[in-house]
Design a protein around this ligand. Structure first.
Ligand SMILES: [Zn+2]
Length: 159
């Protein structure tokens, strides 16, 4: 049995009139994340952490934002495809730990739904998916509500 750790980070701008998708959940807010896909910063960071742990490149390599096939795509599909690839390479997920950096709105009330959504896609339990959130105390682009960041760390085991 061997273990592999991976890390991922993702950034998106926030803009008026966009939907805000985080962790596969639509969060009511006057701003949403800008991107080629649905711009789900948390699912993108998790995809990159999974690919990193398996040394299989990054999300941009597998799902290029120049490809019309991924325009406005639901990032749950990207996560599902990434997990399929991980499994094909003989890996299974032990746990996922994440942090979202966002000034507003409050993320905490949506965390159980995010955990449930990701657990269903990943085939692991909600207790194996940690989702934390922090503001930046009004500092920088996150503090000015111009953008958001997500960090993810995953542990895989090769069976
Ligand atoms: Zn992204």
């Amino acid at each position: 049995m061997s273990y592999r750790i991976g890390s991922g980070v993702d950034f998106h701008q926030l803009a008026e009139g966009r939907e805000l998708w985080i962790g596969g959940v639509n969060i009511p807010h006057h701003k949403g994340a800008v991107g080629h896909s649905d711009a789900d910063v948390l699912l993108h960071a998790i995809c990159d952490a999974l690919l990193g742990a398996a040394c299989l490149g990054d999300i941009g390599m597998h799902f290029p934002d120049t490809d019309a096939a991924y325009k406005n795509i639901d990032s749950k599909i990207l996560l599902s495809k990434t997990i399929e690839l991980i499994k094909k390479n003989g890996y299974s997920i032990i746990n996922i730990d994440t942090t979202i950096c966002l000034q507003a709105p409050k993320i905490r009330p949506h965390v159980p739904q995010m955990q449930k959504t990701i657990a269903t896609i990943a085939g692991i339990t909600e207790k194996d998916i940690s989702i934390k959130a922090t503001t930046t105390e009004q500092m920088g682009f996150v503090g000015r509500e111009e953008g958001l960041i997500a960090y993810a760390t995953v542990l895989l085991e090769k069976v």
